[in-house]
Write a protein that binds this ligand. Sequence first.
Ligand code: ADP
Ligand code: MG
Length: 712
Amino acid sequence: MKPDNFTKPIQNQTAKSLKNLQKFHFFYLCVCIMDLSSLPGLGPKRVRALNEAGYRSIVDLLYNVPRDWVDRTRITPIADCKPDAKVILIGHIARAGMIRGRKSRFTAYLDDGTGQMSLVFFRGANHWAKNLTVGSRWMAIGKVNDYRGLQIVHPELQHMEEETAFEGGIVPVYSISEVLRESRMEQKFFRNLYAQIFKMPNLSVPNGCPKELTEYMGLKPVLENLRRLHFPVSFGDAMQGRLQLKKLELLPFCLRMAKRRRSLALRGRERAIDQGAVMKARAELPYTLTDGQDKALAQILEGLHGKRQFHALLQGDVGSGKTAVAMLAMLAVCGAHEQCAFMVPTDILARQHYVTLKPFFDAAGLRISLLLGATGTVERRSIVSELQMGLTHAVIGTHALFSKDVLFEKLTFVIIDEQHRFGVNQREALLAKGNYPDLLVMSATPIPRSLAMTFYGDLTSIVMREKPPGRMPIKTRLVESEKREDMKSFILKEALGGNRCYWVVSRVEIDSEGGALSVGEVKEELQSFSPEWKVGAVHGQMDDGERDRVLAAFAAGIIHVIVATTVIEVGVNIPAANLMVIDQPERFGLAQLHQLRGRVGRGQAQAWCFLMCEQSNTVRERLAGFAGTEDGFEIAEMDMRDRGAGNLEGSEQSGAWVFRWFDWIEDQNLIQKMLDLSEEILDNKPNFDLATREKIQTWYSELPEGNDDGIH
Ligand code: ADP
Ligand code: MG
């Protein structure tokens, strides 16, 4: 046993991921007739409590694997405890007391006959004061600190009244929620319950991996692995069980992706592209392409030219100049008299791109149009019919492009900007308007390598690392919220001197409970700070026209400061704005902060980003990490480590990113293995007969519920 394994939770799941898991559980309920009342010894009250805690079926319970195991042979006598050691102690509470104050804390002294150890609680002090009564027996697990004597802060605790209940050397430890505790369902109850469950005949989990496949891979079935987690014979056994469950979870996912990769159509011929149009536009650009842009463009042109349908992901950090690359690729296709659709998530961005691209299309004698939700009926009709007749070569638009009535004469290239804003379904809807068009999706939210490989493994990955030359690094500073008045004075002075500022808050509406600042409040606060300046606001609940007017006034210097929500995070490009203040940055993910910060530093002047937050340790550390780098890839990795992949930008709508066993950080190397294995299976290396192959295909094609994204 590695010392770290016994306190490591199975998986870091955030509340949101858990909710997704519960959705997943609900799915099982539908296919699993084994409800809880069929279990002996469970009265209606306990069934209700279990339901309330999220367990609706026996399958739910099976998946409620121990969060921990404790090796009873490794109990440390308190007398032998050394600072920094991770220990398991068993003893009784000799005395205990609450120290009240601004930060109350509760201390209990555990006595095992060889000595006493203080167990200290800052959080949940009242709860522990109620439970850790003098004389009660507990097992405590944690790291020993030396702070005015040896202590363990927030140890893991297990009540030991039921000491004799467990025979084996390895004791599983389950997470017990408050409702369960109230119905007196604790560790002992669960251990007995699982003993019962595993004795049931016909116990099964739905949609398990076909036997032929587990055998081919040398893995045990899911149920067997679950048994190893509930009743491990050794630590190694539990870890093996966990590893196998990860593999079994990843496999269908990887199979689907490998399959998608194979399904790209052959064009059967090389496609004509107009290199001349590309060279001409390149020469007209007011700058020269960076190396990264140049390489990316070459790769894209080669793909467009090739015989096989081309699907690629262009990753380039905020401001790396993806638009120019996309435009040149579009010209290559449009110049050869085929059509392109360029889809973006917001009106602001669509207009911006249109303004940027139009002159180049004009110069090439090609036509480009702009289609938004707000486009008037008459104008819309003419845009649509020109596209359908092939009179227009390219269209830039928002979700309006999905509409049924938008048809093309010959759509062969689809570009999606800020792709994480769109689901796979939407991407498919647009692709369906053409005849196997090529696809370029662009992302400014850098995706950690492991994620990119997993979720976009069916796309050719193109990465642009560098930024255009001459940009000064953005200086990012943490500012304590006590310095708010100073901050305002500073911004006022800068603003009146011609430097414009975004002031970002997390909410549109006033948040009376959560304490988040809202656009309205802060706008008023800033406006009343000085009559000399003009403060504007933009947020998602404004209509687009109004938002564009405010941004235009801001760009023109009529408005000095804009209080904004994250609506500005995508693509807004106002080079005169070089200051950004982010209020309550702890309310944003790092990737999101990175996007926000990318709104400044677009011109030649020094740009600043101030993160205004309270002095709280954990958050400050995270933010300091963010302030220390401008590398979006590094930030994405930090974010993933922090919050789990399930919470990465853009993944929220989708249960697809939530894995029960697989851990994005720990298990990165598993992905490639499972992808390789998927290829083998698709090639039918194992030599399965037709019936088995069909069974396997049905198995991996079944998507988990609630997955709108279709990725998983
Ligand atoms: P993003 O990759 O975030 O979409 P954009 O395409 O919006 O970035 O480009 C950001 C800014 O950089 C634009 O103002 C664009 O004109 C400018 N830009 C793009 N490529 C270069 C380059 N090679 N040299 C200088 N400026 C460039
Ligand atoms: Mg962009």
